[in-house]
Design a protein around this ligand. Structure first.
Ligand code: GLU
Length: 532
């Protein structure tokens, strides 16, 4: 029940909130440790990061966190933050996906200074000198790189049919072997491959990974992570329809766009060896890798559909303020100071340090998000607050001054703006059922209730409207009345509060009088008296 703990102080006890513990990974010295000097990594260059979503759905909380961390890091390092859209998977691309990603980023203030963007008219535009930023427009370049890899012997055409690959897979599964390509076309004679290609035999292009040895990723959060090459099968970089795959496209684009740090979800960690292979084949400088841990449900399972999988736009529509969403998402796996929970976007940027991101996943705790949203709602000026909640009064046709007082009455407890209609509904109700919620305080009799309410009515009748709207004056007047008559607070204020709210638990009687104003308060009191 919304008002059930109305008497307690503060919106939410800080101690009840989940605290995210620190984890500083000693292995992950940031930037560049001396250990990394053995591999060719980007040094001395300007920080350039990118968020590279595929428009296969709307922007969700996990995606927003990746974008935000890139943004914070670029802001912290005075670098560039690029938005690249990876739209090479035409089948999975959803309509409106790019617009939704841009719009959600715009509304939460995670604004790239380069790449794809949405203009005032809602049109998708590109800005910057490293374009195009729509990956599908870079195919010519991807093909050039693929050809070069073939020339260097680092990639090869593969003519294995879909049927053969399916059979291979079945056989591997039956034999309880790891599934993957068996390298049949690796050693095909060059002339034979050329002949097949000129005869139009369908083929893909695969990377030729080493058959032994291992690759070590130096990840800022996880430290050194080793992968054995024998466990990685030769990946397709150009599909049979000529479309480049993610591994080739993302790696080449990151290089061409001079990306210095790759911050992306942990689910991409196992792809990184494949990317490193391409960097090394071309003798390119490696970016610094930061793989962000998963976001978890409170029970530590992977974030469920009902929570983080909900689009960022849904959270905005549900009445969460952008400041609260950003503050909350930033702390999903990172907390710069331990105890502090409230940070502005600017403070987050000032403090952001990828080396301090927790290795363990960040827990998505809705009650913490609600607490934060309440904090930001309370921090708004009265006018700004009212502007935010006014659309949620939709369908209630009343005067604006009363709507504003109603909104302010519940602000301290409000968690999302859309709740406003529900939690203020009693103020707009035609009448209350005093059989269900009795006006009497404990075993007070009807005559006594009537006497108190009539006296209150008289006091209010004699007050100026402007004084009735003032909580403090109302309180003084009514307390005088109680004192003068030697009545108890309970037997006067309880009937008054129930007369005004129709509820056992509600905001206090003085606030209610000042919210209603004289005329409405007197009407409520009259109908309560009539019911006796
Ligand atoms: N397009 C990939 C995605 O949808 C990008 C992964 C990466 O950042 O490299 O998340």
């Amino acid at each position: 029940m919304y008002f059930s703990d109305f008497s307690s102080e503060g919106a939410m006890n800080q101690e009840r909130m989940t605290k995210i513990s620190h984890f500083v990974n000693e292995d992950a010295i940031f930037p560049i440790s001396t250990e990394r000097s053995t591999i060719n990594i980007m040094s001395n260059s300007k920080v350039r990061v990118r968020f590279a979503p595929s428009p296969t759905g709307f922007l969700h909380i996990g995606g927003l966190r990746t974008a935000l961390y890139n943004h914070l890091f670029a802001q912290h390092k005075k670098g560039d933050f690029v938005l690249r859209i990876e739209d090479t998977d035409r089948v999975r691309t959803v309509e409106g996906g790019i617009e939704n990603i841009c719009q959600s980023l715009k509304e939460t203030g995670v604004i790239p200074n380069e790449g794809i963007w949405i203009d005032e008219k809602g049109e998708i535009v590109e800005r910057g000198t490293h374009g195009p930023y729509l990956q599908s427009k870079r195919q010519k370049r991807h093909h050039e790189y693929a050809d070069e890899l073939i020339r260097m012997g680092k990639a090869y055409p593969c003519f294995c049919t879909e049927e053969r690959l399916q059979e291979l897979r079945k056989k591997q599964q039956l034999e309880k072997q790891p599934t993957g390509y068996d390298g049949t076309c690796r050693n095909l004679e060059a002339d034979e491959a050329k002949k097949r290609i000129s005869n139009g035999v369908p083929h893909v292009i695969r990377l030729r990974f080493p058959e032994q040895g291992s690759v070590i990723i130096h990840d800022v959060i996880r430290g050194k992570v080793a992968f054995d090459w024998k466990e990685i099968d030769d990946q397709v970089i150009i599909k049979s329809d000529g479309m480049p795959t993610y591994h080739l496209a993302a790696t080449c684009d990151d290089h061409d766009m001079e990306i210095s740090h790759v911050l992306r979800g942990e689910e991409w960690l196992s792809s990184t060896p494949k990317h490193i292979f391409i960097y090394e084949a071309f003798n390119w400088e490696l970016p610094i890798f930061v793989h962000l841990p998963l976001i978890l449900n409170p029970d530590k399972s992977k974030l469920s559909k009902r929570q983080g999988d909900v689009g960022v736009n849904d959270y905005i529509e549900k009445g969460y303020l952008p400041e609260a969403i950003i503050n909350f998402v930033a702390l999903l796996g990172w907390n710069p100071k331990g105890d502090q929970e409230i940070y502005s976007h600017e403070e987050l940027a000032e403090l952001f340090d990828p080396a301090k991101i927790n290795k363990a996943g960040g827990v998505f705790d809705t009650s913490k998000l609600n607490w934060m949203n309440n904090h930001y709602l309370r921090a708004l000026s009265e006018d700004d607050y009212f502007k935010k909640v006014l659309p949620s009064f939709e369908g209630i046709d009343d005067d604006l001054a009363f709507l504003k007082r109603s909104a302010l009455l519940v602000r301290d407890r409000l968690e999302t703006t859309v709740e406003i209609k529900e939690v203020t509904a009693f103020l707009f109700r035609a009448g209350f059922d005093f059989q269900e919620i009795p006006l009497a305080w404990k075993d007070q009799d009807a005559d006594s209730v009537k006497e108190r309410l009539e006296a209150v009515r008289e006091v209010l009748t004699n007050m100026e409207e402007s004084n009735v709207l003032n909580i403090q004056i109302v309180e003084n007047e009514l307390k005088n009345l109680i004192e003068k008559n030697g009545w108890g607070n309970g037997d006067t204020l309880w009937p008054l509060r129930v007369a005004l709210s129709g509820m056992k638990k509600s905001p206090g009687p003085f606030e209610l009088v000042a919210t209603y104003g004289k005329e409405r308060a007197l009407q409520r009191i009259d109908s309560a008296i009539k019911s006796l």
